[in-house]
Write a protein that binds this ligand. Structure first.
Ligand code: PRX
Length: 646
């Protein structure tokens, strides 16, 4: 197949911060002498006490420890707000676009300062101090940003839980980090539909307890239950406090936030990011990858419940004094032109979204795009999953009118910021490739034994050395951190992704190589969906795998063995889908449920997922070695009853 290459447009090479020569120079310097490189770039944020030590990292088995700028003192909210007040007090910091197209709001840096200080004072009056954990379960409204920055201002550690998660999922996350305070809204609003956030918080707290205060922001005005002594309306509490609140001095390695993410085993892990290195890395990648210049309007469509929202709606852009757009709604409400209309309405220059959204909108055809102008657009971005070349081409040709480079950014919750991506003025594009590593990032492709493979090759993606945005630990479980990321290939960070490197040194992410699936850019542990299924009284066993899905990237395929005597009915199938929705959240709903009287197991009783994956992928002729199965006839039944893709 002829590979398409899109060269860097000449005007881009000229106006961007870095062209190809400069990229090579900076990249080589960052690898040759990381200390010197980050010593220079760490000063892009303001420090109350400047650091002298730059990097103090060990990836050694059993003693992994990651510290950056450790003797520096700073505060993230100070960097995202206060330091801009003198020069940009009246500049818009946040453009908020509501679910309803008639609703929007502009918030200047000065207003942001006042709002965040008020929010911080409300929290402080409820006993929140440096190091305390605060769970934020919010819709995409400005108060979600105020709440996060208020925590950062006080030195409290926020744990944002995506508003689409169920009460049970929320409860597990509140309990794991022992949050005493939860911030929520009466209801969320997405695509015209209401989400009962406060009721979900009540249900979660009823399950785990331990929460002393619930701060409730009024969004829809719904009538919600308020528990006296525990629950308070934000607008009432905010009316009683001032808009002055000092920033807590934070050491570079003091925690900033926890974000729960799925792995291949067990319950979600609390990924912990700290203060200094995270902010340096988020702001630097935001500037260079998106080539952000003063005055640009930047829009990242993620939810603040995911790391993309943390790093590229909030922290990276605000640290850079940017104007960042926050969108409450969904791409197809009120119609399929919504994204493009928002771009025209707010004159967005840089637009960053997920392949799943692009594929869904592509299905709606060119017309909803073409009836908008999009003349303000200069750069497009993609994140969350591999982008197939067809979707890339459509994004480039139809959305960007062939004028805008696309940065396909590969990274993870764990990495804090983008690790592999084109820089638009420096790196020629190949549709489907995340291209080249960012400064300071040293990717390695290894085989199953951990041997480092050179040149054009394919294998498992590791990163050989630390970068400032790297997660520091799993909250409360450093052993799990080391076991998950540093034990497979000792001395390296293992990403869990497969990857190919071509002859030009370009990286092509091929997807997860562990039992994690990526559904519409949402990361899901198959083990989590399985444990939700077996919690149902009629289910005896379940195995979940991913399969290729036209819009979602991967769909969820569940093989379910029922308890003896239970009938495999259509009704039960629907009930199980609803059950998983309720247990985890709508994003975990199985797309296909196959009733399987038996699952393929080895003689020692281990489920052979490889075979289940192949069947789900329709690769019947390529099942591999089935001779180790305890009962090979199981496979014929599974193939015979395979569910069809929708
Ligand atoms: O498999 C990779 C995929 O998403 C995983 C990380 O998921 P999460 O922690 O939820 O973070 C998503 C947003 C940063 C990765 O291990 N992934 C992310 N970006 C890309 C990608 N796969 C291919 N190309 C990408 N650009």
């Amino acid at each position: 197949m002829q590979e398409k290459v899109y060269e860097v447009p000449a005007d881009w090479a000229k106006r961007a911060y870095v062209d190809e020569a400069r990229y090579r120079e900076m990249y080589e310097a960052s690898i040759r002498d990381p200390e010197a490189f980050w010593d220079e770039h760490g000063r892009r944020i303001d420090w109350f006490t400047p650091y002298e030590k730059v990097k103090n990292v060990s990836y050694a088995p059993g003693e992994v420890s990651i510290r950056w700028f450790e003797d520096g003192v700073t505060n993230v909210a100070y960097n995202c707000i206060d330091r801009h007040l003198e020069t940009r007090g009246d500049q818009t910091a946040i453009i908020w676009e509501g679910d309803d197209p008639s609703e929007s709001r502009l918030i200047t840096y000065r207003e942001l300062h006042d709002e965040v200080c008020r929010f911080a004072n409300v929290l402080r009056n409820r006993g929140v101090e440096k190091g305390d954990r605060v769970t934020i379960y919010m819709p995409m409204i400005p108060e979600a940003a105020f709440a996060m920055l208020a925590c950062a201002r006080l030195g409290a550690i926020h744990s944002v839980v995506f508003g689409g998660f169920s009460p049970d999922s929320l409860a597990g996350r509140i309990e794991d980090c022992a949050s005493k305070v939860v911030i929520t809204a009466d209801e969320g609003l997405r695509g015209g539909r209401k989400v009962p956030l406060k009721a979900n918080v009540d249900a979660a707290i009823a399950k785990v307890g331990g929460v002393d205060h619930v701060v409730v922001v009024r969004r829809t005005g719904a009538d919600v239950a308020m528990e006296p002594g525990r629950d308070v309306w934000y607008h009432e509490a905010a009316a009683l406090v001032t808009s002055e609140c000092p920033c807590e001095p934070m050491e570079a390695e003091d925690p900033l936030f926890i974000l729960y993410t799925s792995g291949s085993t067990g319950k979600p892990k609390g990924v912990l990011h700290t203060t200094g290195g995270y902010l340096v890395y988020a702001s630097m990648t935001h500037q260079y990858v998106f080539d952000y210049h003063d005055g640009d309007i930047f829009w990242c469509t993620a939810d603040v419940g995911w790391v993309t929202g943390h790093s590229y709606i909030l922290y990276g852009p605000l640290a850079n004094g940017a104007t960042t757009l926050m969108f409450e709604g969904v791409p197809n409400y009120p119609d399929n032109s919504r994204f493009w209309r928002v771009i025209d309405k707010h004159q967005v220059n840089i637009f960053y979204t997920a392949p799943t959204a692009i594929r869904a909108l592509m299905q709606a055809g060119d017309e909803p795009v073409k009836k908008t102008s999009r003349a303000s657009l200069r750069l497009l971005g993609s994140v969350g999953e591999p982008i197939n070349p067809e979707a890339w081409e459509w994004y480039y040709r139809v959305v960007g009118d062939g004028r805008c480079p696309i940065v396909d950014t590969w990274w993870q919750t764990e990495t804090g910021g983008i690790l592999i991506s084109p820089l638009p003025g420096a790196i020629a594009l190949k549709p489907g490739s995340a291209t080249r590593p960012f400064f300071g990032v040293k990717p390695e492709i290894v085989d199953a034994e951990g041997k480092v493979l050179e040149g054009a090759t394919e294998g498992n993606l590791c990163i050989a050395d630390s970068w400032p945005g790297q997660m520091r630990t799993v909250y409360g479980d450093h052993q799990r951190f080391m076991d998950t990321y540093f034990a497979t290939y000792p001395g390296k960070y293992f990403t869990g992704d497969g990857c190919r490197r071509d002859a030009d040194g370009y990286y092509w992410i091929t997807g997860r190589v562990d039992d994690v699936i990526n559904v519409s850019g949402h990361r899901m542990g198959t083990a989590e969906v399985e444990s939700a299924l077996v919690a149902h009284a009629k289910v005896s066993e379940a195995a979940v795998v991913g399969y290729p899905h036209d819009i979602k990237g991967q769909g969820i395929y569940a093989y379910v063995t029922l308890m003896a005597g239970e009938e495999p009915t259509e009704e039960l199938r629907k009930e199980l889908v609803q059950w998983v929705r309720k247990e985890i959240g709508p994003i975990a709903s199985p797309d296909l449920v196959q009733f399987a009287p038996n699952l393929p197991k080895t003689r020692s009783g281990k489920i052979m997922r490889r075979i289940l994956r192949k069947i789900a992928e329709d690769e019947f002729s390529n099942l591999g070695d089935t001779s180790t199965l305890a009962d090979p006839s199981v496979v014929d039944d599974l193939i015979h009853n395979r569910q069809n893709k929708r």
